[in-house]
Design a protein around this ligand. Structure first.
Ligand code: ATP
Length: 506
């Protein structure tokens, strides 16, 4: 897929034009980094949720679900570390008045230098042909080595300064790397300051300081504070997991990347509780299981990669991201973290309640360790949209835009189309529609020429169009048109439901 701003813009406008994603509060000029999902978007989103839920909860007998509230006791966010440490370092450019995440400016610089290295490697690969040894080239080419030193040094200094909370050095690093504001082109930067990402509001009718509560910045804490409830009532035995899908809120500093970085978004998280000492094995297990899930969507193995964290969050002893090749480049889609016993321990301390598991084999109690898988629903949506978006030139010289979603996730599975809106064809088509709509999401359309209707269904990614024509009235057969190949076959009406069902289940 092209790493291309133009393509990204096309996807954003397609998402709006075909009812996938709208800017929130658009008639009031929008609300920054908040989006609404339209009639097709909500179907796609629900299908992604179902696909994830089935993989996690339905297919794992030792994982159960949860739906915890967005509002939680404010002390939870003290215990989790979010009140004190859920900060991003921000910096402003005085000329453009634009605000940036200081760490992201440095990471973008690193990505640019990495690009230079990759171009150097590509050029050499072309020059040397089959004889090219990439490993040797990377280890010996002076320009590559010099650039690698720049990358290592920038990363080392960024992470050690952030670790030491030396924000002055982060600012100096930005100056030393001669990073300019992408808007103004200037190096006129403010100091770097910490910015807490949690939204707060007040609960109840008496508003004093004690009534401040937060909109949850992650769904995970709702799982931790229900650990005992679920373990006891579900009679769960370690290892076991609790999965949850829900909204999370972050007052992101930089929010200019469509649904990639939103202030209100949705997460699909699973916390897996394990025996202390086994967490790194489970971490590897979940890394590989989650990658398999992504690959099962068929978006192409080359579009995914792991990124192991060098700088670990305060609660983790191992962490990796699954990155996807979005049109804006390879970026985080899912995080897999070995969170140790940090959260349960902290909640024990702050709540005064024991959060332990009695292990009948060891005949002792312990605080379990936790491995977390946390995937952004909206980012998965964006990955699917970007991958599906295809512009095609057809043999007859016309063009079409087709969303090649995996059929199992497509918003509408089948469209039922009478060739013309007369001669009894609509009535026949309605009968088919009534028969199959209980099985999957279908759409009935009779307006405009059949060609136009096919294009509209292509544009929203409907895998099958079922067309009722005059022959249908004679022999009870219809045509089924497949979205990607545009091939049509004639089948008996009585087979339609089964055929579509089988193909969608794949
Ligand atoms: P980033 O580094 O991109 O800010 P993160 O490491 O803070 O992400 P996590 O806290 O690990 O993200 O959250 C888990 C997942 O939630 C991410 O992998 C991502 O898919 C999703 N996510 C996080 N922040 C946002 C956001 N602002 N908008 C949309 N999705 C998000």
């Amino acid at each position: 897929m092209a790493n291309n701003e133009e393509v990204f813009k096309k996807i954003i406008s397609h998402a709006k034009e075909y009812g996938f994603v709208f800017q929130s509060s658009e008639i009031y000029d929008g609300l920054s980094a908040v989006y609404d999902y339209g009639q097709n978007g909500v179907e796609l989103k629900n299908n992604i949720k179902q696909y994830w839920w089935n993989a996690m909860v339905r297919y794992h007998e030792n994982i159960v679900g949860l739906d915890s509230a967005i509002f939680m006791h404010p002390t939870i966010w003290k215990a989790s570390g979010h009140v004190d440490a859920f900060n991003d370092p921000m910096i402003d450019n005085k000329d453009s008045k634009k605000r940036y995440r200081a760490d992201v400016l440095v990471e973008d610089y690193v990505a640019k230098v990495e690009d230079k290295i990759n171009k150097e490697v590509e050029k050499a690969a072309k020059r040397f042909g089959d004889a090219f040894d990439e490993k040797q080239f990377r280890e010996t080419n002076q320009r590559v080595l010099d650039n690698q030193v720049k990358i290592d040094e920038a990363k080392r200094r960024l992470y050690s300064s952030l670790e030491a909370e030396d924000l002055e050095d982060v600012r100096k690093l930005i100056e030393d790397l001669e990073i300019v504001c992408p808007i103004s082109g200037s190096r006129n930067w403010t100091d770097v300051r910490q910015f807490n990402l949690m939204f707060s509001t007040k609960i109840g009718s008496v508003t004093d300081d004690s009534s401040v509560i937060y909109l949850r910045p992650e769904t995970a804490q709702g799982i931790f504070v229900n650990f005992l409830n679920v373990m006891k009532t579900g009679r769960m035995k370690i290892p076991f997991g609790i999965a949850q899908i829900g909204k999370a809120f972050r007052n992101e500093i930089v929010a200019r990347q469509f649904i990639f970085r939103m202030r209100e978004f949705e997460q699909m998280e699973m916390q897996f509780f394990v025996k202390p000492g086994t967490e790194l094995e489970w971490f590897e297990y979940w890394k590989s299981a989650r990658m398999k899930w992504h690959l099962s969507l068929g978006l192409g193995a080359e579009n995914y990669r792991f990124h192991d964290h060098e700088k670990l969050a305060h609660y983790a002893n191992a962490a990796a991201d699954i990155e996807f090749n979005f049109p804006i480049g390879f970026k985080e889609l899912e995080g897999i973290h070995s969170r140790t016993d940090f959260d349960l321990n902290a909640h024990q301390k702050f709540s005064g309640k024991k959060l332990q598991y009695f292990d009948p084999e060891l005949n002792e109690s312990y605080v379990p360790y936790v491995v977390e898988t946390s995937i952004g629903l909206d980012r998965t949506f964006l990955a699917l949209m970007s991958n599906a978006f295809t512009e095609e030139k057809l043999d007859d010289g016309t063009e079409r835009v087709v969303m090649k979603f995996p059929p199992v996730l497509a918003p509408i599975k089948a469209a039922v189309l009478p060739l013309v809106a007369k001669d009894g064809l609509p009535e026949k088509a309605r009968m088919i529609m009534d028969d199959i709509k209980s099985e999957f999401m279908c759409q009935y359309e009779e307006k405009d020429s059949i060609g136009k209707r096919y294009r509209r269904q292509d544009a929203i990614g409907t895998p099958y169009c079922i067309t009722v024509d005059h022959q249908t009235l004679e022999d009870n057969t219809v045509t089924i048109r497949e979205r990607d190949s545009m091939k049509q076959e004639r089948v008996s009406i009585s087979e339609v439901r089964d055929i579509v069902y089988r193909r969608i289940k794949g």
